[in-house]
Design a protein around this ligand. Structure first.
Ligand code: 9G3
Length: 566
């Protein structure tokens, strides 16, 4: 491609709306333009990168036994009613009506559609396992689209669905996908971590997220430097602590006027927050739940919701707190609570002589002991794990990080096959529900994540495997252009992808744009190179540079491309 004819509208300034490096750089380097909030146009350089990422994904999905299909974006509401998800996703779903008034949605995901397809075609165990995938736009009306294509309302996803006869089959499909995902991200030059995650509303059980460590990431993960434990904090577990030493002392009510928060009560009573029992009231449907965590810990609401078995778990309002405890918020405690389900974190169960609200305004209780002063309905792990907590597998202090979720794999089980009656006959002729898994990669988000992991203050540094071009030739003048054109032809005819900056621009402008666009290999042809009969080659990553005679260039370039794994 020649830059005099290529559609690459680079910008000098960074548009104000861009907050993170990948968004800034994609706008400035002429990769992306915004059409509406969360809706983007991918310009030629982006398109070339996306094609390469998709090619890598296709190769790995096909190698794992996947067959590519293309599912409809416009999906009939009936299927979503059958699985009960038409209402679950409310505002986030883009909905539309056809000319007959029939309801449809723009596909945010494709479990319903593909299970319905398989339901109509698969009837025997001989037809399984089946791995079907697509690479297609998805639509989700995010309440706050942000960070450019990192959280868009229209984005490209590869979604594969596995169909097996039983759990063992699913485990095999899941492992194949786990490995395929590791291959995809490594080949894209992305360093990812596979972390245990919560399966959320999608249901099913085991799920892993593949995250790219980045400060702008929205996923918060913990991982162990000593063993392979890694988890999204929504899911991360921690070890139960041994029960403390010490004899239970007599319960004692103390006056704590106006002391409501953990910090206030702790400093007023001169005790550590870890001695306190934080009692948090929640309403789920018609039940009130008290979640007890230690004063220096946070409640993990995702864990609580999973234990309570509901998606709608809301903190109790003032009125409920007053009605249930007899006191305003801040004085709530487990002792004497009626008709409230007590779910107690392990760390609270380990406390001896803890301090809790007295369920009376301006009063707290000292020497609260589980078993004597209150009976738990359940003692379990409802704590939000954080960096520094002991690894649940080996006890080493966990490290914390933020990550961008670029892939997620789920064991779905039979939730969708039961709902849509996707059954098969086994070898004994018995009818069984198909056991499913689903596996997504955010293709556009992967491109942005590669930039997050590969850039410097001057611009993008594309890994060779996904770069829009392999070589960027910068010709610094008219006389140099002839040699540039010659090299362009020679490289192109030997299969090298070349971007030639043949514009009539000052060298500084050309170098700035070349740094911004981030093509891995740069060839500079200036007056000096003509005089010495040499051209300058250098890697945008800074790893190597050298001067070569024009007839050595092609060989060196092919060697550099091969060594960079394209
Ligand atoms: C919806 C809307 C948003 C959604 C979903 C449904 C996320 C939804 C989870 C998944 C699970 C997997 C297959 C590929 C990998 C991810 N946001 N999810 O189901 F209606 Cl509006 O999409 N699907």
């Amino acid at each position: 491609m020649r830059m005099t004819s290529g559609f690459i509208p680079t910008l000098r300034e960074t548009p104000a709306e861009a907050e993170i490096p990948s968004h800034k750089l994609m706008l400035r380097a002429g990769f992306l333009r915004r059409a509406a909030a969360g809706i983007y146009t991918y310009l030629p350089l982006s398109h070339r990168v996306l094609m390469k990422i998709m090619q890598i994904i296709r190769e790995e999905m096909n190698a794992a036994g996947g067959q590519e299909i293309l599912l409809p974006i416009v999906q009939p509401a009936e299927l979503w009613h059958a699985t009960g998800r038409w209402v679950d996703y409310g505002e986030e779903m883009f909905r539309l009506k056809d000319r007959h008034g029939r309801e449809f949605c723009l596909g945010p995901t494709h479990e319903e559609i593909i299970t319905s397809l398989v339901q109509g075609e698969v009837s025997s165990y001989r037809q399984l396992p089946l791995l079907l995938y697509q690479i297609q736009n998805k639509y989700r009306d995010e309440i706050r689209p942000r960070f450019g294509i990192m959280r868009g309302r229209e984005f490209i996803m590869k979604d594969l669905y596995s169909f097996d006869v039983d759990q063992r089959g699913l485990d095999e499909s899941y492992q194949k996908m786990y490995q395929a995902y590791s291959n995809v991200f490594a080949r894209c030059g992305l360093e990812t971590k596979a972390v245990l995650a919560d399966s959320g509303a999608i249901g099913g059980s085991l799920t892993h997220e593949f995250v790219v460590l980045a400060d702008c990431g929205e996923a918060i993960i913990v991982y162990c430097a000593n063993c392979d434990y890694a988890a999204n904090v929504e899911k991360a577990e921690c070890r139960p602590l041994p029960r403390e030493d010490g004899e239970p002392m007599p319960l004692e009510k103390v006056s704590t006027p106006g002391q409501k928060t953990i910090e206030q009560v702790a400093s007023f009573l001169g005790i550590a927050p870890a001695r306190l029992i934080k009692t948090l009231l929640y309403k789920s449907d018609d039940e009130v739940i008290a979640a007890l965590v230690r004063g220096d810990h946070e409640l993990n609401e995702v864990k609580l919701a999973r234990i309570v078995g509901t998606l709608q778990l809301a903190p109790a309002d003032e009125e409920t707190i007053l009605r249930v405890t007899g006191a305003p918020a801040g004085y709530c405690g487990p002792v004497g609570l009626q008709n409230v389900r007590l779910i107690v974190d392990h760390a609270v169960a380990a406390l001896v002589n803890g301090v809790a609200g007295a369920n009376e305004e301006d009063a707290h209780l000292l020497n609260v002991n589980m078993g004597r002063d209150y009976e738990p309905d359940l003692v379990t792990d409802i704590r939000l794990v954080k960096a520094g907590d002991p690894c649940p597998k080996c006890g080493t202090a966990l490290l914390g990080a933020r990550g961008i979720e670029v892939g997620q794999i789920f064991q779905l089980g039979t939730k969708y096959s039961e709902a849509l009656r996707a059954y098969y006959l086994d070898e004994k002729g018995e009818q069984k529900p198909i056991v499913m898994g689903c596996y997504g990669i955010g293709v556009t988000r992967t491109m942005a994540s590669i930039i997050e992991q590969h850039h410097d203050e001057h611009g993008i540094i594309w890994p060779m495997s996904v770069a829009p071009f392999h070589v960027h030739i910068v010709s610094l003048g008219d006389k140099e252009l002839a040699l540039a054109e010659e090299l362009y032809e020679q490289l192109t005819s030997s299969g090298v992808e070349v971007l030639l900056d043949d514009r009539d621009e000052r060298p500084g402008v050309k170098f700035k744009d070349a740094d911004l666009i981030g093509i891995p290999i740069r060839i500079t042809i200036g007056a000096k190179s003509l005089a010495e009969g040499k051209v300058e080659l250098k890697l945008r990553s800074g790893e190597w540079e050298g001067k070569l005679a024009p007839d050595e260039v092609c060989g060196k370039v092919r060697e550099l491309i091969a060594s960079k794994g394209a």
